[in-house]
Write a protein that binds this ligand. Structure first.
Ligand code: NA7
Length: 620
């Protein structure tokens, strides 16, 4: 028997009747971790040290077709017949880790994992295989990342730290209102950072109101300056932009402020703000172009409406505002605008916070109503938005359930109706990257590889993954480690805690729990609670709410924790760690609470939802 490393040239396959190319079941070989590491090292050496490597089985007809293909191209291959070596099953196990593929044939060309038989033929048809086969392609870079947001930058910096030659292309196309921003993507410039700071401004307003009850007296009339707030927030964001720009330089990443567009395999056109074009080539690409806010597609929308892209640096206070949409972005903006004392209306097409626990979503809405936010349910704006006297807009909207029409006057109309992936204008069709036609997202496998083997994607452009900065940062970093550091860890997309920064925050972990486990297998414990600091401030005793979702089996494991209350994000982060460690209801009951905190309520949850017992709190 030949051992690994003792590979040979193209073989003529034998196909014993009844044998199939499907390989032995997982776990048939029991490798110690040291042996696994050694085998992985040898396999990587094999893949990286040869032009074409085919892991095959001598009787597999698909492997035979692939060998014929390379033979017809006149290409010598290094072939390892896994049915003819002692450690074939172990090789398959480790190949699954390295290439995300267990089946044969498993083909790599010039260090790029091409896939199996079908993908090799597809690559041949598109010309990609021939391109990959080119001797010493001498690309300008090992990796070009398109998009300088959270995912793109984390991937680029990690790849450069691992000694890859890396370039990042990033150019912000201004919003229809002309708003633009610096390096760092949505989160830093027009997302999480800006919104949390505006949320804080609104919370301070609430604290001012409460402070009177705690004895604070002040003479001058309290007013809020929008200009001062936005200036301070822009300053903070500016310093983050600066550190984002400095970090790539320190890690020797080439940063180019240009718009990237594929022109052919492995080649990209970079167009800068002045329209100057430069071409670059790379062995691998990562698409991290993110999403941009959507418009209604009705007359006047781009002219008269703004989006959150514009709101965070709006040079004037928006005044009475209509927020169209009911996503987290919509409710967060509506929440802090109301908290700053503005008149706010939210126009909801169907439901609030689609994809979130609906009981919690309704509680979020009622807490916002208490603050004076008005909700117009089941209405969508339909007609032209007219500009009246400066800063006045007339909005005509139609019911989604009947013929009723309503009219309203607002100073500002803020659209928060979702976002479109930036995948349409970057030449993906020229190199054959599959894009979901309906969503515009790029389907990837669990190692973030697109339908074209050397093109990867991370962040909000990727289909079916949580659109959350920390998830994207983690995905980008791990991708770089796999591509340049020989590491194997994949991103855990399933368990992502999150917070919605409405005036009363909503923190949640494992929103999908009910769908996955089915309702009848779950027990829900819940309670309303009254934060101590709210008692003196005379705030409502039955607004804050906590619930945990437990499996009836599996030792009563906690699979969801949801909270509506002050600092819900902080509370949820601790829960996320505990749940990753396998938190059960019993362990939670055994945990000593910290008195007097809001989070303490989770250690004393006794009432199940199914009991129907009263959870209201006494107090005025
Ligand atoms: P989402 O979550 O896709 O939400 C879009 C919202 O906009 C949703 O409430 C939609 O209502 C509403 N919508 C969409 N089209 C319209 C029109 N034409 N008229 C009125 N309302 C409309 O988008 P986001 O990008 O804001 O959030 C995505 C993630 O980013 C989120 O999970 C956070 O993690 C951050 P619908 O429910 O479809 O009736």
């Amino acid at each position: 028997n030949r051992r690994l490393g003792n590979v040979r040239g193209v073989c003529v396959p034998r196909s014993p009747p009844g044998r199939r190319a499907r390989l032995s079941a997982p776990g048939t070989s029991r490798l110690s971790s040291a042996a696994r590491e050694e085998l992985r090292r040898r396999l990587l050496g094999l893949i990286e040290g040869h032009r074409v490597v085919i892991f095959s089985k001598s009787y597999c007809p698909h492997s035979a077709r692939v060998k014929e293909l390379f033979s017809s191209l006149g290409v010598d291959c290094n072939i390892l017949e896994l049915d003819q070596v002692n450690d074939g099953a172990s090789v398959q196990e480790v190949l699954l880790e390295i290439t995300n593929q267990r089946t044969v044939p498993n083909i790599s060309v010039n260090k790029v994992h091409v896939g199996g038989c079908d993908r090799a033929f597809q690559a041949h048809q598109s010309g990609l295989l021939q391109k990959l086969l080119q001797e010493d392609p001498a690309y300008d870079y090992d990796l070009i990342v398109i998009g300088g947001g959270s995912g793109g930058l984390s991937c680029a910096q990690e790849a450069a730290a691992l000694r890859g030659r890396v370039m990042v292309l990033d150019l912000v196309v201004p919003s229809p209102q002309g708003t633009s921003w610096g390096l760092g993507g949505t989160c830093v410039n027009v997302g999480c950072i800006a919104k949390k700071l505006m949320h804080e401004a609104a919370l301070l307003g609430q604290a001012l109101t409460d402070s009177g009850k705690f004895g604070w007296e002040y003479n001058q009339q309290v007013r809020h300056s929008w200009e001062t707030m936005t200036r301070a927030i822009r300053k903070r964001i500016g310093s983050l932009n600066w550190s984002y720009q400095r970090a790539p330089r320190e890690r020797a990443v080439a940063y180019v402020s240009s718009y990237g567009e594929f022109v052919e395999h492995h080649k990209i056109k970079a167009t800068n703000g002045k329209g100057q074009e430069t071409y670059y080539t790379a062995a691998k690409f990562v698409i991290a172009t993110g999403e941009r806010l959507r418009y209604l597609g009705i007359q006047g929308d781009k002219e008269y409406c703004i989006t959150s892209d514009d709101l965070f640096s709006l040079p004037y206070c928006p005044g009475a505002t209509l927020v169209v949409g009911a996503s987290s972005v919509a409710l967060e903006c509506a929440g802090f605008l109301a908290g700053l004392g503005l008149e706010v209306t939210v126009m909801v097409r169907s439901q609030l916070l689609r994809g979130f626990d609906q009981e919690m979503a309704e509680k979020v809405a009622s807490s916002m109503q208490q603050l004076g936010v008005r909700f117009l349910r089941k209405f969508v704006p339909v007609e032209q938005l007219e500009k009246g006297s400066p800063g006045k807009l007339k909005v005509v909207a139609k019911s989604t359930e009947g013929t009723e029409m309503i009219e309203g006057l607002y100073n500002t109309v803020l659209l928060a109706i979702g976002r479109d992936s930036c995948t349409k204008k970057i030449g993906l069709e020229k190199i054959g990257v599959t894009v979901n036609e309906k969503t515009g997202k790029i389907p990837v496998n669990d190692v973030e590889q697109s339908s074209v083997p050397y093109v990867y994607a991370v962040g909000d452009v990727v289909g079916g993954k949580p659109e959350l900065t920390p998830v994207t940062v983690q995905a980008g970093r791990l991708l770089a480690r796999r591509l340049f550091g020989g590491r194997l860890e994949k991103c855990d997309y399933i368990n992502a805690p999150t917070v919605v920064l409405t005036p009363l925050e909503y923190g949640g972990y494992a929103e999908k729990a009910v769908e996955v486990y089915r309702k009848e297998n779950l027990e829900v414990y819940h309670t309303l609670f009254w934060p101590l600091e709210w008692t003196v401030a005379c705030r409502d005793s039955n607004t804050c709410y906590a619930k945990i979702i437990c499996s009836k089996f599996d030792n009563g494991r906690v699979i969801g924790s949801l909270v509506l209350g002050p600092k819900a994000g902080e509370v949820t982060q601790g829960f996320a760690a505990a749940m990753k460690c396998g938190l059960t209801k019993q362990l939670l009951d055994d945990t000593i609470g910290i008195h007097p905190t809001c989070a303490q309520v989770f250690t004393t949850l006794e009432i199940t939802k199914s009991s129907g017992l009263d959870i209201t709190q006494q107090g005025r």
